[in-house]
Design a protein around this ligand. Structure first.
Ligand SMILES: NC(=O)c1ccc[n+]([C@@H]2O[C@H](COP(=O)([O-])OP(=O)(O)OC[C@H]3O[C@@H](n4cnc5c(N)ncnc54)[C@H](O)[C@@H]3O)[C@@H](O)[C@H]2O)c1
Length: 242
C-alpha cells in the first residue's frame, strides 16, 4: 500500500446532531459496525443505547470542539467524523432575516468547518480516517425556500472536495452524502403537501428512512470504500437523476 494504511481497527466515531433523526441512525449503525460512538449534540438523546456516549456540543462554537478533542482518549482514537447537525427555515430570500441567515450558516457550514479543523489533524497523525459531511439534494438543486440552507449544503459539497484533495495524501478520505426526503422530525414539521410534492418528484415515489442514509455513511467509512474520496453520494430514491 502506498503511503497510507486503511483503517484496520475500529476507533472512535464522532457524529454531530446525533441525538435525533438521521444522526441517531448513523450513530447506531456505526456502533453496530464496531466503533466507539460519541454523539455530539446541543441536546441529549431521549435514551442512549449500550456502548454509545453523549457529549454536549454546539457545532458552531470552536471552543466546544477544542474541549471535545481535548479528551486525550478521543483525540487518540478518532477515525471517523460525521458532520450531520443541520437546521433550516421556511422562508425565501426576501423574507430571511440576516440573523436567520447567519444562524443557519453557522450551524450547517461553519459547524462542519469547525469539526474538520478539529478532527482532521488527528486523522493525519493516525495516517487514516474518514469524514462524511451530510449535505442534501438541496445542495444541488433549488427550491423556493431557505437560501441559507441551499448555500450551506452546496458549500459542504465543495468543502468536502477541498479537504479530499488536500488531505488524501495522508490517507484521510472526505465525502458528502446528499439525502433526499427522509422521514425525521425535521420533515414531519413540513406540511403534508410539501412532503407529498417531493415524493411525487422522487422516482421511487417514497421518502427515505434514516437507516438508509446511515447505511451509505457506514459504507463510506468502511474499508470497502478505501479508494473513494471527494464524491457526492445521493441517497435520494433517484431525485437527482432527473
Ligand atoms: N430529513 C431530511 O429529509 C433531510 C434531507 C437532506 C438532508 N438532511 C440533513 O440531515 C441532517 C440531519 O437532519 P434530520 O432530518 O435528522 O434533522 P433533526 O432535526 O431530526 O436532527 C438534527 C439534529 O441536529 C442537532 N443540532 C441542531 N443544531 C445543533 C448545533 N448547533 N450543534 C449540535 N447539534 C445541533 C439537533 O439537536 C438534532 O438532534 C441535517 O444536516 C439535515 O440538513 C435531512
Amino acid at each position: 500500500m502506498s503511503g497510507s494504511r486503511a483503517v484496520s481497527r475500529r476507533g472512535a466515531a464522532i457524529v454531530t446532531g446525533g441525538s435525533h433523526g438521521i444522526g441517531r441512525a448513523i450513530g447506531g449503525q456505526l456502533r453496530a459496525d464496531g466503533y466507539r460512538v460519541v454523539l455530539a449534540d446541543i441536546v441529549p438523546p431521549e435514551s442512549l443505547a449500550e456502548g454509545m456516549e453523549f457529549r454536549q456540543l454546539d457545532v458552531g462554537d470552536p471552543a466546544a470542539w477544542e474541549r471535545l478533542l481535548g479528551e486525550a482518549d478521543l483525540s487518540d482514537e478518532v477515525d471517523v467524523l460525521v458532520n450531520n447537525a443541520g437546521i433550516g427555515i421556511e422562508a425565501g430570500l426576501l423574507d430571511t432575516t440576516l440573523e436567520q441567515w447567519e444562524r443557519i450558516i453557522r450551524v450547517n457550514q461553519t459547524g462542519a468547518l469547525n469539526g474538520m479543523r478539529s478532527v482532521i489533524p488527528h486523522l493525519i497523525r493516525r495516517g487514516a480516517g474518514s469524514v462524511v459531511n451530510i449535505s442534501s439534494i438541496y445542495g444541488a438543486v433549488g427550491t423556493v425556500f431557505d437560501p441559507a440552507y441551499h448555500a450551506s449544503k452546496a458549500a459542504l459539497r465543495q468543502m468536502s472536495k477541498h479537504a479530499a484533495v488536500a488531505y488524501g495524501r495522508y490517507g484521510v478520505r472526505v465525502n458528502a452524502v446528499l439525502p433526499g426526503l427522509i422521514d425525521t422530525r425535521l420533515t414531519r414539521g413540513h406540511t403534508g403537501d410539501q412532503n407529498a410534492g417531493v415524493i411525487a418528484q422522487t422516482p421511487m415515489r417514497r421518502s427515505g428512512e434514516p437507516r438508509e442514509v446511515a447505511a451509505a455513511v457506514s459504507f463510506l467509512c468502511s474499508e470497502q470504500a478505501s479508494f473513494i474520496t471527494g464524491i457526492d453520494l445521493p441517497v435520494d430514491g433517484g431525485f437527482l437523476a432527473q
